[in-house]
Design a protein around this ligand. Structure first.
Ligand code: ADP
Length: 488
């Protein structure tokens, strides 16, 4: 049983047009704790009709929200940020209950998540246009930035709080109204954020939350609507491509933050202890279920045995368990399908000659647990090196030269995050310039913050979240050519 200081944060109704409502057809779905299979809550299961209502509500709320002073929107976001901070512990408990990550990580995610609300409360006041030189004596040219309109934000379960705030805070700050469709695995964190947004004074219709298991029907309605002018999506590459196809009919502005296949390269001049510590974070955070998790570990031959030795010792200290229990550093995977997928990848690698130096299979306990695993002798052609693992498995391969490492690292359709450890400055510059990735951690295994632009290249998608660039995703340029004023 989930006990909270503020009971009202655990809500089971969706939120449309300023109202908490059950589904019109009365449907509900269970939100399950992945650590023990227990039902955390039964939530209203919305459908396409509620999506249509949300679009209408967001459209109706747009003129007033767009016309509000940036400072007014900023003040509201700031109040929301303060409320999130005030209720950090409850929000973290809800997050761990539905998602499984250790409470310490959940608390960190609430801080990370609300850092975007704070950041964009400030950025919203700093939207600047331009003036240009003139093409004729009687003309003046200026460029203004305006909110793009109604935004749909479709988000995944691995960061049930932060993936939402990273999208909706810049959208709201820019003057857009928003419809959020959280993952069916983790709707409670989204709804809890909405409770606090309402308490902060969010006007009816400005922010709407569609909890649903009918992702295709709800997504289809959002994508088909000509009122929805922007879609920001984080999730799988397959669904991202589908949304892009669906958006063609109405040519929506898109941000797609899709899958990754992050290389983590350790060169022979690296500080090995630092690389082990960085990899521990980059690999095992959220039980390996992040799109920037190290997915392929490439280690230069001369130091590979030494590195593996130190790394296996470090991984052996991780403590797997229910995220709500003190001391847990690796929680469960999100569901049984995830355990099956990771098991198949590991079994396939072992059949091809990889060796499990630690772990290697599901943990012998209830819940969706896969043991922290280190695989040696992995080769680039194995499926585990080609697809996103999304589990606590570190596949390690050897390489000989810098050029080979770069070639291997770039040999993937993905291009989200990459990491490498090296100390030679020339090598550092050569390698970060050559990596075809939207984000590169150099001697750094934890790259995310509200300050750094987050986003990918190639089939990891496009658009940037956070940073000074993030708000541009929710703005459009308007060029104004002024003439007819009898100018000199
Ligand atoms: P993951 O594998 O991480 O769950 P998905 O891409 O399946 O990634 O899910 C990310 C988000 O996309 C979730 O909110 C999910 O419900 C939503 N989603 C899945 N399929 C569709 C779809 N056909 N249309 C719109 N949203 C979808």
């Amino acid at each position: 049983m989930l006990t909270l200081a503020k009971e009202g944060l655990l809500t089971t109704l969706g939120y449309v047009g300023g109202q908490w409502r059950p589904a019109a057809d009365g449907a509900t779905f269970d939100v399950v704790n992945p650590a023990d299979g227990g039902v955390v809550a039964r939530v209203a299961d919305y459908g396409a009709d509620e999506a249509a209502d949300a679009i209408a509500a967001a459209e109706a709320a747009l003129p007033a929200w767009r016309a509000a002073l940036p400072k007014e929107r900023s003040d509201l976001l700031r109040r929301w940020h303060d409320l999130v901070l005030q209720h950090q512990e409850d929000l973290a408990r809800i997050l761990t209950a539905e998602q499984g990550k250790p409470l310490a990580e959940a608390r960190g995610e609430i801080l990370y998540g609300t850092s975007f609300i704070e950041w964009f409360a400030e950025e919203g006041k700093r939207i600047y246009g331009d003036t240009m030189t003139v093409p004729g004596r009687d003309k003046r040219i200026l460029v203004i930035k305006q909110p793009v309109g109604v935004v749909a934000a479709i988000t995944p379960w691995n960061f049930p709080n932060a993936m939402i705030t990273r999208k909706i805070a810049p959208a709201l700050a820019a003057g857009c109204t928003v419809i959020v469709k959280p993952s069916e695995e983790t709707p409670l964190s989204a709804l809890a954020l909405m409770v606090l947004a309402e308490e902060a004074g969010m006007p009816a219709g400005v922010l709407n939350v569609l909890a649903t298991t009918k992702a295709a029907a709800v997504g289809g309605r959002l994508m088909a609507s000509s009122a929805v002018r922007k879609v920001s999506f984080t999730g799988s590459t397959a669904v991202g491509k589908q949304l892009m196809r669906q958006s063609a009919a109405t040519l929506k502005k898109l941000s797609l933050e899709l899958g990754g296949n992050a290389p983590f390269i350790v060169f022979d001049d690296a500080d090995i202890d630092a690389a082990v510590a960085g990899l521990l974070v980059a690999k095992f955070r959220n039980a390996g279920q992040t799109c920037v998790c190290a997915n392929r570990i490439l280690v230069q031959s001369a130091i590979c045995d030494r590195f593996l030795d130190a790394f296996v010792k470090a991984v052996a200290t991780l403590c797997q368990g229910d995220g709500a229990e003190a001391g847990t550093s690796v929680g469960p995977l999100i569901n049984s399908a995830a355990v099956d997928k990771v098991s198949a990848l590991v079994a396939g690698a072992q059949a091809g000659g990889a060796r499990a130096l630690l772990g290697g299979g599901p943990a012998a306990r209830a819940g969706h647990f896969f043991q922290p695993t280190v695989l040696a002798d992995v080769s680039p052609a194995m499926e585990i090196a080609r697809s996103e693992v999304f589990g606590p498995v570190a596949p390690v391969m050897r390489f000989e030269t810098e050029a080979q490492a770069i070639r291997l690292a770039n040999d993937t359709p993905y291009g989200l995050a990459a990491y490498f450890y090296a100390r030679d400055l020339g090598r550092v510059i050569r390698v970060y310039e050559a990596l075809e990735y939207g984000m590169v951690g150099v001697n750094d295994g934890a790259i995310s913050s509200e300050i750094i632009p987050f986003g990918g290249m190639k089939e990891s998608g496009f658009g940037r979240e956070g940073s000074k660039y993030g708000i541009d995703e929710y703005l459009q340029l308007k060029s104004v050519s002024l003439a007819g004023f009898n100018l000199p």
